[in-house]
Each structure stands twice: as structure tokens, then as C-alpha cells.
Design a protein around this ligand. Sequence first.
Ligand code: 5GP
Length: 219
Amino acid sequence: MMKRKGILVVVSGFSGAGKGTLMKQLVRTYDTYALSVSMTTRPPRPGETDGREYFFVSREAFEQKIRENGLIEYARYCGNYYGTPREYVERQLLAGKDVILEIEIQGAQKVKEMFPSALLLFVTPPGIKELRRRLSGRGTETEDVIKERLCRAQAEAEGIEAYDYLVINDDLDTCVEQMHGLIQNAHCAPGRNQELIEVLRTQLKEMCAHADGTAQGQS
Ligand code: 5GP
């Protein structure tokens, strides 16, 4: 049996769509996933811990990381840098884990260019009123920041068609199961099993050549 290769799974969605909670539950429920922790220059929100939600760094440290080619992708979002550290992702993929990147839309596009077999999922709440309610309900952002994030969501909504699937986060458990199903199905796509296909073809070729030889010997 060939070792199953990990898939890079990009999860994007409007700020307030509940991506963080979804991803935590997905990773807690199934041990085939590894969640990448991004690096950011945004200050931590109350309750966030360095190395758990993000690696919180200065702008200088972030720019140094860019120069070292230590990030798979990075983007600016509402005045701050966000990026995906390379080393962890590459290590987990090699170990056969499906690696989840919870990143915004520009980063998602860059990942798809570099890793065409990445699976792109876009998460949305059931409606925009609900999005507004969730953003205000967090109680961690000022009204100005909330407005900025809603405007950013408007721009992001224009890019949804570039994703493979759109997932509605209404009920947490249902949404987690749906995402898990989509990722598992993605493993069955021929394009993500090219090595196995080549092995099957080679073995068939050998077997047919052998069968030909046997048939000729018998005639
Ligand atoms: P927040 O400040 O709400 O934690 O995140 C703001 C946005 O940045 C979210 O859309 C989130 O998905 C995105 N983000 C988080 N980490 C990364 C990253 O490493 N790269 C990119 N491009 N976006 C990220």
C-alpha cells in the first residue's frame, strides 16, 4: 500500500465567520489534520496566546522572515501582516497529515498558484446580519475595526468563485462534518493520486507483456 499523502487545505471566510472555532473542532475530532499557526504583526486579542492562535511578532521580525523565505505566503490585512511559516507545513505534509491553513483570500490565491492540488474552502455564516452580530458579539474589536472588516468582507465576496467549495457555518457540528467529508473526498480525486495511477499503469504494462509472452509460448 502506498502511503497516503497529505493535502494542503486552505480555509478562508469573512472575519467573524467562525473559522477559528471550526478548525479547532476539526483538529480535535480527527487526528489526520495539522493546523498551521500563522505569524502576524497584529496585537493579540484578550485570551489569545503566542504560539497557539498566532506567533505574534514585530514588523521587523516579520520582514526578516520574508527575506529568509521562511513563509509559504503572506499578505497584508487591515493594516497588519499575516503569513504562513513554511517549515511546519512542509514537515506535516511529508508526515501524511492534511494541513489546514486558515488564511485570507490573497494568500489563498498564492497557495493555489504554488500548490495546484491544494483544496480551497470558503466559509460563510448563513447571512450578513448574522456576520455583523458575531463580529460585535466578540466584544474584542472597536466599531471602526468592525466596519473595516465588513468592508474587507465585501471585497472578499468577489473572489468566492475561485474556491472549490462554499461551506455555510450555521451549526458547528454539521459544518465540521461537512468539511471533513469534503477533504476526505478530495483524497479520491485522480489528480491527487498521480503516483498511484502511474504504479497501476506500470504494473498493468508488465502484466500484459508477461501475458503476451505466455500466450505466444502456448501457440
Ligand atoms: P484575524 O485578525 O481576525 O485573526 O485574521 C484576519 C484575517 O487574516 C483572517 O481572514 C485570517 O484568515 C487571515 N489570516 C490569518 N493567518 C493568515 C496567514 O498566514 N496568511 C494570510 N494570507 N492570511 C491569514
